[in-house]
Ligand binder design. Structure first.
Ligand code: NDP
Length: 340
């Protein structure tokens, strides 16, 4: 199988690369610069990986040349999308790249991909499901973020704008599939909440840590929580990467056409801090009683249930324990800190 993976330099995508290679698949992956590509190819010198440069997915024709050059492809996994809160302009920095990145890859596939591509998987998010003001009793795949376009464009809160980018990108994907039939491929959308886990991608310094692992890093560094705590659901990056790969495999045909909520369940910052105290004596003193009290106050109990049964039914997911995820995340961050 030959798979196009967008955003190969990212935290999640690095694990998808590893899973695809472990199955013996050929990969074409897009990155923004040749240097980012070299990091990947030098990590896997004997693997079948081609690098394609796509500097900015905000352009309508971003993926045209890649698809023309590398077809025939069997499947596409689209992970590239901005996930950061360093935002000056909601549309330019978050909404446009998220939405255009999604529609440009789908459009290029339709125009230039021939009929070889059978499966497309897109990494959406719990951000496209969440309704913090009025949560359902049980979150499942029926849940949609109710945010309006105007809210997404005008909010001064970058986390809210990010959630809008994921909602409108996912909506654009499903609209495309509905309106552009006949298409040779089906769509599967994965909706993970906070993703934690070991770091495989190039990390030049801990300051440039990806957004979700930053939450664990803050606790390792003994930082208190200032503002309100957002989503406290999580999934392990290794489980999520496995789901991306299964979703393109014929064996998991039931995933086709589905939106899949990918979560192992809830966690709290207090739990993370307590595990650090228990398992990492070298940094135990950073987890002060004061910090535990702060995190305990901020780690309010969830007001909803979660239903991840579809991920188990159609992708056969078995999630790692919270303890394994948190322990391996902390260990990986400490290893990186030591290596710098
Ligand atoms: P990363 O920031 O590590 O990866 C994002 C990837 O997208 C990087 O390869 C990045 O390239 C690329 N990218 C971002 N903006 C552009 C752009 N304008 N043009 C080209 N490439 C771009 O984040 P994650 O791995 O965590 O996220 C991957 C996907 O998973 C995203 O779609 C994200 O929304 C989603 N997700 C992540 C969650 C999490 O907790 N981590 C939770 C739910 C969903 P570069 O590094 O060169 O900027």
């Amino acid at each position: 199988m030959k798979v196009l993976l967008t955003g190969g330099s990212g935290f999640i995508a690095a694990h998808v690369v590893e899973r695809l290679l472990s199955r013996g698949y050929e990969i074409v992956t897009t990155v923004r610069s040749p240097a980012k590509g070299s990091f990947i190819t030098s990590k896997y010198p004997s693997a079948r990986i081609s690098i394609a440069i796509v500097e900015d997915i905000s352009q309508p024709s971003s993926f045209d040349d890649v698809i023309k050059k590398h077809s025939p492809l069997d499947a596409v996994i689209h992970t590239a999308s901005p996930f950061h809160y360093n935002v000056q302009d909601n549309e330019k920095d978050l909404l446009n790249p998220a939405i255009m990145g999604t529609t440009s890859v789908l459009r290029a596939l339709k125009q230039y991909g021939g009929d070889s591509v059978k499966r497309v998987v897109i990494t959406s998010s719990f951000a496209a499901m969440t309704n913090p003001a009025n949560p359902p009793d049980v979150y499942n795949e029926d849940a949609w973020n109710p945010m309006t376009w105007e809210d997404a464009v005008t909010t001064k809160n970058p986390q809210v704008a990010y959630r809008g980018s994921k909602k409108f990108a996912e909506t654009a994907a499903w609209d495309f599939i509905e309106k552009e039939q006949p298409l040779p491929f089906t769509l599967t959308v994965l909706n993970p909440p906070f993703v934690f886990g070991p770091i495989l991608h190039e990390l030049k310094s801990l300051d440039s840590i990806n957004t979700s692992n930053k939450r664990a890093l803050n606790i390792i560094q003994g930082k208190k929580h200032e503002g309100p705590i957002g989503s406290s659901l999580y999934v392990d990056v290794r489980d999520l990467a496995e789901a991306h790969v299964r979703a393109v495999e014929p064996k998991y045909a039931a995933a086709q056409g589905k939106r899949i909520f990918m979560t192992a369940g809830p966690f709290t910052d207090l739990y993370v801090a307590e595990r650090i105290r228990e398992k990492f004596p070298s940094i135990r003193e950073r987890i002060t009683d004061d910090l535990l009290q702060n995190l305990g106050e901020k780690s309010a109990p969830m007001k909803f249930e979660v239903d991840n049964s579809r991920s188990k039914e159609v992708l056969g997911m078995e999630y790692r324990s919270t303890e394994e995820t948190i322990t391996d995340t902390v260990q990986s961050l400490l290893d990186h800190a030591k290596a710098k």
